[in-house]
Design a protein around this ligand. Sequence first.
Ligand code: UDP
Length: 238
Amino acid sequence: MKFSKILGYRVFAGSKEELFEYLDTFEKVNIISGNPEVLYNGMKDSELYSIFTGGSSVIIPDGVGTVLASRIAGSPVKEKLAGIEVMQGIIESCAEEGQGIYLIGAKEEVVSACAEKLKLKYPGLNIMGWHNGYFDIDSCGEIISDIKEKKPKAVFVAMGSPRQDRFILKYMDELPCRIFMGVGGSFDVMSGNIQRAPEWMIKIGMEWLYRVSREPWRLKRLSSIPKFLTAVLLHREG
Ligand code: UDP
């Protein structure tokens, strides 16, 4: 398997098909959508860094910034792997296999609308349960018991980073599930609450610009892209 080494992170460098084959080799896996903001935050937080670099984590190059970073680092990834598309691929195979999924995150009306939309799109899909993302991570026994009882194959956690990563770290070992994935704002998109950028913008790597135009508060978060790229550049030179 091919990986790109970016600032100590091991980022999956193959195609989407190769990723799914690779994921099948894990007994339990935590898929990290490695966009520059997430990876930059990981560099400043030792707990996050150890989650992202842990043996059961697979970082995918989510975003043009990470693709660019892999080129600067001298080990380019094959293609961008958008977290939402990887999530959809996993859902599709769960629907085909008759395996269950569980959704945690976003506002109540968003996660329930997301579940409804998914049921319509994948009629065979078994959505075993869902919960909004506004609860105390350290005291959520009912949610954990429900997942334990239902045993979904995949748990998608849409609470933004680092909250979703901390939740997965805390409960991954005790939950009888194979795939864990933090999916940020994906439930908002899948529920129809927020539109994803048009295909042509995604293709030319301008999805981030579309998101900022729709949600201007994201502008501040974009500052981590140049910081991350500069760190990669300095690391290469150093
Ligand atoms: N969210 C949540 N619980 C919280 C804070 C946020 O469930 O305590 C949800 C929020 O409703 C939204 C998502 O997390 O659906 C935000 O993800 P964000 O847009 O930050 O992720 P990105 O897509 O940028 O990684």
